[in-house]
Design a binder for this molecule. Structure first.
Ligand SMILES: Cc1cc2nc3c(=O)[nH]c(=O)nc-3n(C[C@H](O)[C@H](O)[C@H](O)COP(=O)(O)OP(=O)(O)OC[C@H]3O[C@@H](n4cnc5c(N)ncnc54)[C@H](O)[C@@H]3O)c2cc1C
Length: 432
């Protein structure tokens, strides 16, 4: 135990998974634990809505940030703004450097429980030519750069390519069986909702600005089919809709070799000519996790389906940093946060095993903006061995997407228990 009277829980990361886990631990453990959360930035960025604000010409810095100090005030969750430098799982110690001012000393902090929720490093720096010729929508800087390109008349009207580099998944989820007979499969792209969303919203933008339509856009994937995690029935429905609209589609590109002014070259030997290239890179593990005894061969944290490391049971992971989170979806991280909260509560005698030991059954849950107040809604678990594959397209999914963000900000990250169930009911039963 640490010196404090209560067990100390240290949560690394304060975006969706970190904040969600800290809040769930507080909910299930009450005041029996001290919680400290560490992140290099002091705001949560609502990443899933970045494409939507770009195409609406809104600044994500103003619309999609939630202040973490304010969020945790009154919750008894301690927040430290610092760069996490390393982790010693034998000594149960995290080292970090507060980063408000440069020149700060390195601090070591002991833990009784550790939750790793530091996401992944989006490796744009591994794509030759990305800095000069690539665009994306996964952070504030790149989103505003693309917004500027589109809305200040820099776009010349040429072809557009949207898609992913290859994801190098580790072996940390091998052998897990989330549904009877199922598995955590190997994904060839980390997260393919954003390319689908990007292509549909981009087409609407082209049309609304008199610059063309879907036939200018090629969507590509390293895999056999795009967004395989949504289930083959759903993907084929989506691809039928897209090809009827006039989109071009290229699969099995293997990986991006380089981006040039003229377009994208793939390791498969294929290429696409494009003026605008909107790219999603490889999601790689953050540096300090690589080579640790809790990490898999690519640096993602190994857990069982109760989000606990098998060798170091006081270590948990959730969100994109966990090996089991495939594809890298916030919605799966959300399910994992509740499991972590319940497991720690069980250890502390606050929850019975039968209530806490409900293993992860991942669900791909994605609502993608299509522009003009339309969106697609996917809910599927078939890729993992479950029976469900649902696709809906229309105005209601769009309203749900926007409402989800509003509810999230209003509740400071705490979603009502009925939130997702209600969305499911509305999208699939009432208005479908
Ligand atoms: C364009 C786009 C659209 C998306 N749309 C959807 C969607 O519709 N639905 C969905 O479910 N998912 C979506 N996703 C995926 C979703 O954004 C991620 O799965 C989610 O953000 C993962 O949450 P996380 O907390 O695990 O990681 P992150 O959100 O990446 O947060 C990790 C945190 O850890 C901090 N951190 C990392 N390393 C350090 C360090 N060394 N020191 C200090 N702090 C550190 C970071 O600052 C960050 O705050 C989308 C992703 C993109 C890029």
């Amino acid at each position: 135990m640490t010196n404090s009277a209560k067990p100390r829980v240290v949560v690394l990361g304060a975006n969706f998974a970190g904040l969600g886990a800290a809040q769930k631990i507080r909910e299930y453990c009450g005041d029996t634990v001290d919680i400290t959360m560490i992140d290099r930035k002091s705001y949560l960025l609502f990443i899933p809505n970045l494409p939507a604000v770009v195409f609406e010409n809104e600044d994500p810095a103003l619309h999609l940030r939630m202040d973490i100090f304010e969020t945790v005030s009154g919750t008894n969750i301690n927040f430290i703004k610092a760069e996490i430098l390393g982790l010693d799982v034998e000594r149960k110690e995290v080292s970090f450097q507060p980063n408000e001012r440069v020149g700060t000393e390195t601090v070591g902090m002991r833990y009784d429980y550790l939750v790793i929720a530091v996401g992944a490093r989006l490796a744009y720096d591994r794509i030759e030519g990305f800095g000069e010729y690539g665009d994306t929508v996964s952070d504030i800087y790149h989103s505003n750069r693309l917004r500027n390109y589109l809305f200040s008349d820099q776009y010349q009207g040429g072809p557009i390519a949207i898609g992913s580099a290859r994801f190098h998944q580790g072996n940390g989820a091998e052998g897990l069986e989330p549904y009877p007979g199922g598995s955590i499969p190997y994904a060839e792209a980390a997260c393919e909702g954003p390319p689908l969303e990007g292509m549909l919203s981009m087409a609407t933008w082209l049309k609304n600005h008199g610059r063309g339509g879907p036939d200018k856009i090629t969507v590509f994937t390293p895999g056999k089919v795009i967004a395989e995690d949504a289930g083959l029935k759903v993907v084929h429905q989506l691809l039928d809709v897209a090809s009827n609209m006039g989109f071009h589609y290229m699969n099995e590109t293997q990986d991006i070799k380089r981006i040039t002014r003229e377009g994208i070259e793939f390791t498969s030997g294929k290429s696409i000519e494009a003026e605008l290239k909107i790219i999603f890179p490889d999601w790689v593990a953050v540096d300090f996790l690589r080579g640790l005894p809790i990490s898999d061969n690519m640096g993602f944290v190994i857990t069982d389906l109760l989000m606990r490391n098998p060798k170091y049971p006081e270590v948990f992971a959730c969100g994109d940093a966990a090996a089991v989170t495939v594809p890298k979806l916030g919605a799966i991280g959300h399910q994992e946060c509740a499991i972590v909260g319940k497991q720690i509560a069980k250890d502390l005698g606050r929850l019975q095993a039968q209530d806490a030991d409900q293993p992860l059954q991942p669900v791909t849950y994605c609502i993608g903006d299509m522009g003009n107040n339309q969106a697609f809604y996917i809910r599927s678990n078939s890729w993992f061995g479950g029976p469900e594959q649902v696709l809906k397209i229309g105005h209601i999914p769009y309203l749900l997407k926007m409402q989800y963000k509003n509810l999230f900000f209003k509740g400071k990250g705490i979603m009502p228990e009925w939130g997702l169930d209600f969305s499911q009911l509305v999208a699939e039963k009432i208005f479908a």
